[in-house]
Write a protein that binds this ligand. Sequence first.
Ligand SMILES: CC(C)(COP(=O)(O)OP(=O)(O)OC[C@H]1O[C@@H](n2cnc3c(N)ncnc32)[C@H](O)[C@@H]1OP(=O)(O)O)[C@@H](O)C(=O)NCCC(=O)NCCS
Length: 457
Amino acid sequence: MSQSTTNQSAGNQPAGSSEGPAKRAIDANEAISWFREASPYINEHRGKTVVLCVPDRLFGSDLLAPLTHDLTLLSHLGVRLLISFGLRSDVDARLKSNPSFHNGRRITDDDALQVVLESAGKVRNDLEARLSMGLPNTPMAGAHLSVCSGNFITARPYGVHDGIDFQHTGSVREVQTAAIQSLLEAGHLVLLPPIGHSLTGEVFNLPAEEVAVETAAALGADKLVLFVPELPKDDEQAWVREASAEQMKTIAQDQTDESVKLTYQRAAAASELGVPRVHLLPDTDPNALLRELFTVDGAGTLITHERFETLREASIQDVGGIIELIEPLQQNGTLVQRSREQLELDIKQFTVLEREGKIVACAALFIGPNDTAAEIACLVTHPDYQGQGRAAKLLRHLTKRAKRLGAQSLSIRTTRTAHWFVEQGFTQSDVNALPANSRESYSESRNSKVFEKKLLN
Ligand SMILES: CC(C)(COP(=O)(O)OP(=O)(O)OC[C@H]1O[C@@H](n2cnc3c(N)ncnc32)[C@H](O)[C@@H]1OP(=O)(O)O)[C@@H](O)C(=O)NCCC(=O)NCCS
């Protein structure tokens, strides 16, 4: 990997460039740092099932080429991929009459159905061709990716709504999960056109996002990715990075654009149907997919259905709950002793995961004024709740917070959890990696090991 990265950056140098070996070394170091940051995610995503909905507006845009390359790359990294695709603008352009919609859904008459079928064939062939291209200009050029499609969606008529007969517009009735699973198992990428068949042999035009949502839910997929022209914003117009299904439904209510509203609602619905992670990504950023999947910061909005569990900054009322959580570990020597008074003084540094009123995990972030080194301490998950990604979630949250506070590196001291941190991209360091304020409290007698992770901008 490092060899190909170095070769590539050397190959990208313009002839006669004044940028010399020093610049190339910086580029290579950045690539290596990025690769280290990405490696836990590569591991995490391998073998996972991800359903993506590629909206029609990406076809014909500059984003389609990088997106299809990234999909090929993901498939080669062991991600089991399904792609549902939309046809709206292609169908609109081919229709002889004006397209008709009601509440963001097409009314599909006989002519429109013919156009939908033609368009589906064309777009499917275009996508297959693009996905067959491999990754040009990389060592993966020519790597074969096999793409499959089929009659996986059973549909029923959408029917009459508000007095309007939607004719050949349908909705998903059933997903043929066994057939899809066997194709994924055999390493194929599965394409899902927005078309379904009824048990009576009729053909229906389906909303691509509905196909994606229903398929993700039926398969028990790990992720669903939907593209949007605009990411959700909060009351202060700041980008919402994480939301629950409930919050998404509230944000959707305020949308004036009908199709954005529908996408937000479908994202919330997928979450409620049990898809553990639903990602909304901006359809204007060619790197959004890889940034979302392989960087700490992400690029979109993550919707999780955590009705009973919230991640939040700790308050003074949480001191008792945190003590209950960490006391057994202080007694057995895993964690350093912290008095109640010290905990009260430090409480603003703590983040907790609360489930039905009980603190099930916590962690603290320390960074001194004008320091660029931050430290994570007291990362604990209650034994009954371990092994479900809670500590990793807290670490991701505190990493983002550390970056926002200007930290360039993150350190931890541990006596028994070194491997866990190594798996999260930390490497062994020494006491100098700690923030200046923490170095004084480093206890030689505990013989803790210090681990560090550089933070990318
Ligand atoms: C380490 C700890 C915080 C992990 O919490 P968690 O919520 O279970 O973590 P995650 O679910 O994100 O990760 C679980 C994975 O880490 C592994 N893991 C847990 N403890 C580990 C350890 N000490 N060394 C290496 N790996 C460990 C688990 O086996 C699991 O791996 P798997 O997914 O392959 O089965 C938790 O075990 C704990 O509270 N330990 C005691 C406190 C401590 O030592 N804190 C660190 C120093 S501040």
